[in-house]
Design a protein around this ligand. Structure first.
Ligand code: MN
Length: 131
């Protein structure tokens, strides 16, 4: 069974590209356009993985990650940050905020799926998924 991925992103082009790549490969994508919507959606849908843009309007991705981690239901859900390649400190800050990993923007369509599947593999060990 393919995974459901919650994608919290305000940029339409990234949203379109990522949704296209993931859906083409059999994943279900649930989108949220800002942090508040993302937190509410995460509590409502059981996502296998949360993909979180760091640069969001209003509440930034670090704050969102902290709020997601504060929900016990999401304690084991991998949160993969989308960080800007140019912003060196972003990756460390994302991990400190509770993210389990990161993918650098700009998104590379040739490697994106592999990157996501590496994070999913870490989240779902050979013993099988927990839900
Ligand atoms: Mn953004």
């Amino acid at each position: 069974m393919k995974a459901r991925i919650l994608y919290i992103e305000d940029n339409e082009q990234n949203l379109y590209l990522v949704t296209y790549i993931l859906e083409k490969n059999g994943y279900e994508v649930v989108a949220a356009r800002d942090g508040q919507e993302g937190i509410e959606t995460a509590a409502r849908v059981k996502a296998t993985l949360i993909l979180l843009d760091i640069q969001l309007p209003g509440m930034d991705g670090y704050t969102v990650a902290g709020r997601l981690r504060a929900n016990p239901d999401l304690a084991a859900t991998p949160i993969v940050a989308l960080t800007s390649y140019a912003m060196v400190g972003d990756r460390e800050k994302a991990l400190a905020a509770g993210c389990t990993g990161y993918i650098e923007k700009p998104i590379n369509p040739d490697t994106f799926l592999t990157q996501i599947e590496e994070h999913l593999a870490k989240a779902m060990p050979p013993g099988g998924p927990t839900r």
